[in-house]
Design a protein around this ligand. Structure first.
Ligand SMILES: Nc1ncnc2c1ncn2[C@@H]1O[C@H](COP(=O)(O)OP(=O)(O)OP(=O)(O)O)[C@@H](O)[C@H]1O
Ligand SMILES: [Mg+2]
Length: 241
């Protein structure tokens, strides 16, 4: 099986990237894939919070040892989660984000990939240099949007950029909170974005916020909820590709 990078990105912040990245990583792990998640939200990463991990090390420590890093050593910087997912957490301080160079990130992601079936990358919003690095290497680019007009407008611009970069084939557009009460309905989104095949994650604020607050991804104990089914559906689509 080819090892695969999944970049979870969005044009606007707060649309649900981290929730998707965590639950998708756990879903892939439940499907018996060796899955590693990188928290590439280097300034304000929160994957470890959503997964209730208390990391000993972060990517900052790995970068400090970049010349010594090999396939075995990188493993010691990862935080194991009960689900089987390994997480490389974001730095503990926002100012460390600037110390992560393009070359060290390349080395780290290649080493992580050599030990994983899937590398799920949670990114901060927008088209930053680091994000583009992951996006260009990714096998699957998940663009997350919600039903707000501003998100949809920015998502449309992001899709155009990726198409211009020749990445169109790798894109999957995910409409999060698709059942939310809103002036714009999920059924209007294909026309607004000019895209036919979209994936949908329903709105479930109660379950999502509870799961974030207790630090247990909802796909673990609420496998049969509609929101978990939508995440497993995305995991199936990706792993059948
Ligand atoms: N499907 C959903 N149903 C209900 N609420 C949701 C759903 N997905 C996300 N949320 C809510 O949206 C909030 C933001 O989610 P999340 O942190 O995953 O966004 P993000 O895109 O990673 O944000 P940032 O751009 O800051 O990294 C969550 O705290 C949660 O309350
Ligand atoms: Mg996030």
């Amino acid at each position: 099986m080819k090892k695969k990078i999944i970049a979870v990105c969005s044009a606007k912040g707060g649309v649900g990237k981290s929730v998707l990245a965590v639950n998708l990583a756990v879903a892939l792990s439940k499907k018996k894939f060796k899955t590693t998640a990188i928290d590439a939200s280097f300034q304000f990463g929160n994957l470890h919070v959503i997964m209730d991990l208390h990391p000993m090390f972060t990517i900052h420590d790995a970068v400090e040892q970049i010349n010594e890093l090999d396939e075995n050593l990188i493993f010691s910087y990862l935080s194991p989660h009960d689900s089987g997912v390994y997480v490389l957490p974001a730095p503990s301080k926002p100012e460390y984000a600037d110390l992560i160079s393009y070359d060290s990130l390349n080395k780290i992601s290649n080493l992580l990939l050599s030990n994983s079936d899937y590398l799920v990358v949670d990114t901060p919003p927008g088209l930053t240099e680091h994000n583009l690095n992951f996006i260009e290497k990714a096998d699957h680019i998940l663009i997350v949007t919600d039903l707000e007009m501003t998100s949809l407008k920015n998502t449309k611009s992001m899709i155009s950029v990726f198409n211009a970069l020749g990445l169109g084939e790798k894109i999957k557009i995910i409409v999060n909170r698709s059942t939310m009460k809103s002036l714009i309905k999920a059924k209007n989104v294909p026309q607004i974005l000019g895209e036919e095949s979209l994936l949908y994650i329903p709105n479930d604020f109660k379950l999502v916020s509870k799961s974030i607050n207790i630090g247990i991804p909802f796909v673990i104990h609420y496998r049969r909820s509609d929101i978990s089914k939508s995440i497993f559906n995305i995991a199936d689509l990706i792993s059948e590709d």
